[in-house]
Write a protein that binds this ligand. Structure first.
Ligand SMILES: C[S@@+](CC[C@H](N)C(=O)[O-])C[C@H]1O[C@@H](n2cnc3c(N)ncnc32)[C@H](O)[C@@H]1O
Length: 193
């Protein structure tokens, strides 16, 4: 098996990737994560999707490519320059781009729960995890990447990662699988207590 053979790359992917490189944005998700997100997104027909940390929209494009016509995605980013790239290339009525602080958004959210959360920012992952898993439906998917050491990790981030993984392992309301693949993926689901 050659896992480097990636199929079904979203149409807009290359243009977003070029714009991302121009901005010298180095925190973008890789194609492996993207491909996984697309596959998992397709498993949630009529799903409510949430992405925390749109960046320039690389993962957004993959998620959208997996969503069916009745699904919708809310994607949150606090950097105008980055989210504007995503908005420019992902023109899809199923997607709502929200320019705001995800800490405030998560703590203020009172709407319907989500079927799928890609948590790709500090808020929703290392911070406010309990609140974020609280807005995931039972049986919903919560996905995170960058769990293996990355060149752009700030000093001390490895300790934060280890602590977060330990926290996940200790919770009895979640089931999880850790994958030493791509940038290090963890897939979590939540079961009814
Ligand atoms: C790892 S990057 C996201 C990459 C993106 N999902 C992709 O696929 O390329 C994390 C993003 O979270 C954003 N971010 C960081 N803190 C945030 C906050 N408090 N609220 C909203 N977005 C935030 C950053 O600006 C950055 O774009």
């Amino acid at each position: 098996m050659n896992d480097r053979m990636i199929t079904g790359v979203p149409e807009e992917y290359e243009k977003i990737r070029e714009a991302t490189a121009e901005l010298q944005f180095t925190m973008a998700s890789d194609v492996y994560t993207g491909s996984l997100l697309k596959t998992l997104a397709a498993s949630r027909p009529s799903g409510r999707f949430l992405e925390l940390g749109t960046g320039t929209g690389l993962a957004t494009a993959w998620i959208v490519a997996g969503m069916d016509k009745k699904s919708s995605l809310l994607t949150i980013e606090n950097n105008t320059l980055l989210i504007d790239v995503a908005k420019k290339y992902i023109d899809d009525s199923r997607v709502e781009f929200v320019l705001t602080d995800a800490y405030e958004w998560i703590t203020g959210y009172r709407g319907e729960k989500f079927d799928f959360i890609f948590a790709d920012a500090m808020p929703g992952k290392y911070d406010l995890f309990g609140e974020t898993i609280g807005i995931l439906k039972n049986g919903g998917l919560y996905i995170i990447d960058d769990m293996l050491p990355q060149p752009n990790w700030p000093l001390g981030h490895d300790l934060r990662v280890a602590e977060f993984i330990r926290h996940l392992e200790e919770r009895n309301d979640v089931l999880m699988t850790k994958m030493n693949w791509s940038t290090g993926i963890i897939i979590v689901t939540k079961r009814e207590q």
